[in-house]
Write a protein that binds this ligand. Structure first.
Ligand code: ADP
Ligand code: MG
Length: 402
């Protein structure tokens, strides 16, 4: 490291620097002393950094973690033996956004943002990211992570959750009330169908009437499904966990959305990557989750387009990636996407992504969003692998299926 690149803050020169100052007489004895002192100084610094409450990480431009103190490793669930190979945004997909931000914004950004972590524990952290000037060409960023869970829980989070709960209760009762007239319309339409069938008139005369009745019955069926999904999603429920194949859930959801996909002229492809995408999950909640994500993907496309759904499995996680070629999300909107009632659509209710987040949280997973306005959006649902789930059960209070 060159002297002029170091910090300009005044400080005492260390014994190592004093020895380095006499480089000319660096014989083998001095060298041994130097190595010992270096090791001791490094040990001292590590002890100090490990005693700090804040997490401290050093990452390179690819997100690979070069250094993590004890608090940093524990906050992001990093095994110390993976330092040097683990990629930060794989561990914490939400950070990927911050890192993209760094790359786009050039040389010396200084960013602070609050991020919700779901693994290894559910916590809120405040991140400060700054580029480190290390004197060589390598690009390194220092990440300081402060745990702000208690701060948040004690203030607006409480108020917000009260507000959400009351709105949910209201929405649930409205949805429930809509169910009753729907049911009565269905009964009357079925009556009409039976009467039409019995009418003693030529088939030609009743054909179009019969068709209209069938269409109405189909549409009522669809409304009924939507209501059931909606009610299921907003009623807070503990997930009943069982081994679930995400691919089967995807196909169930797409069967329900088939008509809408066709109407919108959207091509949809589903691909299973390596490994079976099996997670410990609640099938009906997972259906709701994927329904919301693919519905948003559809609604982002006005003149047709494509949705690609791909599953993938690695050592620690099972991923489901839903990519669309829709309108994309502006940077300001991305940070608000999980807020209740945040919507950019005329008829939107702004609850879908909040439900997505809630279900993922209850499954010990995380949601990552990468979006380019005008090009499309990639939503990554990251679930812990079933063999890594055990500690999450106590964290989120979920009940395993019997
Ligand atoms: P709603 O769909 O009712 O608007 P959501 O909570 O599902 O509510 O989504 C919130 C907002 O997030 C949307 O209004 C939209 O602006 C944005 N969004 C979510 N998913 C996508 C996507 N795949 N493409 C573009 N925008 C999206
Ligand atoms: Mg939506």
């Amino acid at each position: 490291m060159k002297a002029e690149k170091q910090s300009s803050a005044p400080r005492r020169s260390s014994s190592i620097e004093r020895i380095l100052g006499r480089l000319d007489d660096l014989d083998s004895t001095n060298l041994a002393i130097l190595v010992q002192r270096l090791a001791r100084e490094r040990g001292l610094l590590e002890t100090v950094f490990d005693a700090v409450e804040e997490g401290i990480l050093v990452i390179d431009a690819t997100g690979t973690v070069d250094y993590a103190n004890r608090a940093g490793a524990s906050l992001i669930g990093l095994n110390p033996k993976d330092i040097g190979s683990a990629v930060l945004w794989k561990l914490v997909p939400d950070l990927a956004r911050s890192l993209d931000f760094l790359r786009e914004d050039g040389l010396a950004p200084n960013i602070a943002r609050d991020v919700e972590l779901f693994y290894p524990e559910h916590r809120w952290v405040r991140l400060q990211i700054s580029r480190l000037l290390l004197g060589d060409d390598a690009v390194r960023f220092g990440v300081i992570i402060r745990d702000i869970t208690d701060e948040r829980q004690n203030t607006e989070a409480m108020i917000e959750s009260e507000r959400i709960n009351s709105i949910f209760t209201l929405a649930a009762s409205v949805a429930h009330e809509i169910g009753n007239p729907l049911n009565s319309m269905k009964i009357h339409l079925e009556l009409m169908r039976r009467k039409l069938a019995k009418l003693d008139v030529p088939e030609e005369k009743t054909k179009s009437l019969k068709k209209s009745v069938e269409i109405c019955l189909d549409e009522i069926g669809r409304l009924d499904d939507i209501l059931k999904n909606f009610l299921g999603a907003i009623r807070p429920q503990k997930p009943i966990l069982g081994k679930t194949n995400l691919m089967e859930i995807v196909f169930d959801v797409l069967a329900v959305q088939k008509a809408e996909l066709e109407k919108r002229n959207i091509r949809c492809s589903v691909k299973q990557g390596k490994g079976l995408p099996i997670v410990l999950g609640d099938a009906s909640q997972l259906k709701q989750l994927i329904f919301n994500v693919s519905k948003n993907a559809m609604e982002a496309m006005q003149d047709g387009g494509a949705i690609d759904i791909v599953s993938d499995v690695d050592d620690a996680f099972v991923y489901l990636r839903v990519r669309d070629t829709g309108c994309g999300i502006e940077r300001d909107a991305i940070s608000r996407i999980y807020e209740p009632f945040f919507t950019t659509k005329d008829g939107g209710h702004g609850l879908g992504m909040m439900i997505v987040m809630r279900i993922m949280r209850e499954h010990g997973g995380q949601v990552g969003i990468d979006s380019t306005p005008g090009e499309g959006t990639l939503v990554t649902l990251q679930f812990p692998r079933p063999d890594r789930r055990t500690p999450m059960l106590s964290t989120f209070g979920a009940q395993p299926a019997q």
